[in-house]
Design a protein around this ligand. Sequence first.
Ligand code: NAD
Length: 473
Amino acid sequence: MVKICGIGAGYVGGPTMAVIALKCPEIEVTVVDISHSRIAAWNSDHLPIYEPGLEQVVQQCRNKNLFFSTDVEKHVAEADIIFVSVNTPTKSRGLGAGKAADLTYWEGAARVIAEMSKSNKIVIEKSTVPVRTAEAIERILTHNSNGVSFQILSNPEFLSEGTAIEDLLNPDRVLIGGRQTPEGLLAIQTVKDIYAHWLPEDRIITTNLWSAELAKLADNAFLAQRISSINAMSALCEATGAEVSEVSHALSKNSKLGPRFLNASVGFGGSCFQKDILNLVYISESNGLTEVANYWKQVIQMNDYQKDRFVKRVISSMFNTVSGKKIAILGFAFKKDTSDTRKTPSIDVCKGLMGDDAYLTIYDPRVSEDQIRRDLSLNSTVEWDHPIHLQPTISPSTMKQVRIVKDAYEATKDAHGICILTEWDEFKSLDYQRIFDNMQKPAFVFDGRNILNVGRLREIGFIVYSIGKPLDP
Ligand code: NAD
């Protein structure tokens, strides 16, 4: 029986290995992680991440041909094929801090593979890594003293959180890069055969190693660039009376552009876009390509501008201060259908509003209270003790500033304004008349995702700001 070991049981490693187990019942797949709590969660009824359809896939395969374990060394030693899906965050210290990828976790995994391997193995980069990382990994692995040979492949993951299972079952394409040597080509074919269990051959693209590594960075950079482009248009729309949704619609009908990634918003988030573009900036600078680096930097600067612009719009609309006002935050995850909050724009927006001494009640259907507290650097469990009527003289430092609640109606009760920060479907069908009746007046809505019916809200009596739309009817 072929044995696969997946190192890293996160948002990528968990779902990808589960789908391989589902589609290849003759392969034994073990996902390993150094985090005991994560593995315990994968082995329980409460998976560590939320993805539609994931629970069913795991339930179907777990303890049949899909296993989760903390025994990294054992399963690395036994595997024929190793997928490495460890985190590759931005370096926080030292050379390249703030831009370069931190490959500490990858290096740790590679050293375990080098040490534990007693048979030949295919080692696959599933994590997103800087172009030419495979060269460095090869150097670590060749120090293995057991006469073992390794083939390194790049098989970057293109899934999107929130649709991970659907994306894995039915991807646009799978990319496999490897050395163009007989051994490299054989390894590529072996991995191709795994995906061929459920994908037609024309969806599987094979390339050299460096093209596959760079293609993943390019992919994220292009997607983020598209969001920043439409967000740039949204600012122009607000200044000119154009409507960004109408502009997007017109663009989407151009078959050369297509309809996706054209929604203006409060900004992109997630663990990947920013870090991968920063990585691209660093690689460009390291290769002396300053203009290329500057080009990609603009995508991030536009995103920061968009978040900042939103906060300023909220404050300026509410009579130039939100001090002492209660603002309901609907949505904290970086997008709908995920519990992930990494780099969510909600963090910057909440901190921006807290910086102007607003009182926040936050509701997200999937994000835990603990997670929100960590993201906003709130230490203790606090109770809401702000008198609802406006008292600007109250010193905010003596007040509890944030409350996290369990539903949208509770969050919006007695609020002066509402910020929609995640496009959760349930926010589209709330009873906004009931919400309006229970809010302070004038009641504001700031739709950071353009999901609400502005006309209907204005009929009810709300003052509405929706990204990229005229302020007045
Ligand atoms: P994650 O933080 O959710 O998961 C990474 C896991 O690796 C963690 O559980 C961590 O404990 C584990 N780990 C780290 N070092 C280890 C080691 N030496 N041995 C065993 N386990 C180890 O990260 P993620 O979101 O799954 O992302 C993983 C990689 O995939 C990143 O490079 C990311 O850029 C890339 N990627 C992410 C997405 C996404 O949507 N999240 C999509 C495509 C690609």
